[in-house]
Design a protein. Structure first.
Length: 150
């Protein structure tokens, strides 16, 4: 597993056009954790003046994907990461720029061991989204799989 994950943010922006379009940026990105930011923009607001739910979901899913890419990017030649399911809870009205912190729930080595054993492993990434004041506005989980190439 690669230890230098400084390339992940740029790779997300290059391979996922929506990430670039939304203006998502990345701070910390490791095989266990990612911090991503969505800037505030009026054209992405909903009817109550905050980021549209689709934008909030997109930020969280993107942060979870960055963790997966950092943890399992070296397996892309033999497996494709795919979202299996997701669940989101909008806890408070989000306003302004948002920050998502995504955390992998398993040791990446355990997931890779399952892939090496010929199974299709799943892993969950928990995401907390906060506003500029640090208030938790959204909580989500994203379940991913590594689908082996056949």
């Amino acid at each position: 597993m690669a230890t230098d994950t400084s390339w992940v943010g740029a790779a997300m922006g290059q391979s996922v056009p929506w990430v670039r379009e939304a203006g998502i940026t990345f701070d910390e990105t490791t095989p266990q954790r990612c911090t991503a930011h969505l800037p505030d923009a009026a054209q992405r607001h909903n009817h109550v003046g905050g980021p549209h739910a689709a934008m909030i979901f997109g930020l969280g899913e993107t942060a979870s994907g960055a963790v997966g890419l950092a943890a399992f990017g070296a397996t892309m030649d033999r497996a494709t990461p795919l979202v299996v399911s997701s669940e989101i809870a909008y806890l408070k009205l989000a306003k302004g720029p948002l920050t998502a912190v995504a955390v992998l729930d398993r040791d990446p080595a355990d997931v890779l061991a399952e892939l090496d054993a010929g199974t299709r492993p799943e892993f969950t990434v928990g995401v907390t989204i906060t506003d500029a004041e640090g208030r938790e506005t959204t909580r989500m989980t994203v379940v991913w799989t590594l689908r082996p190439h056949r």
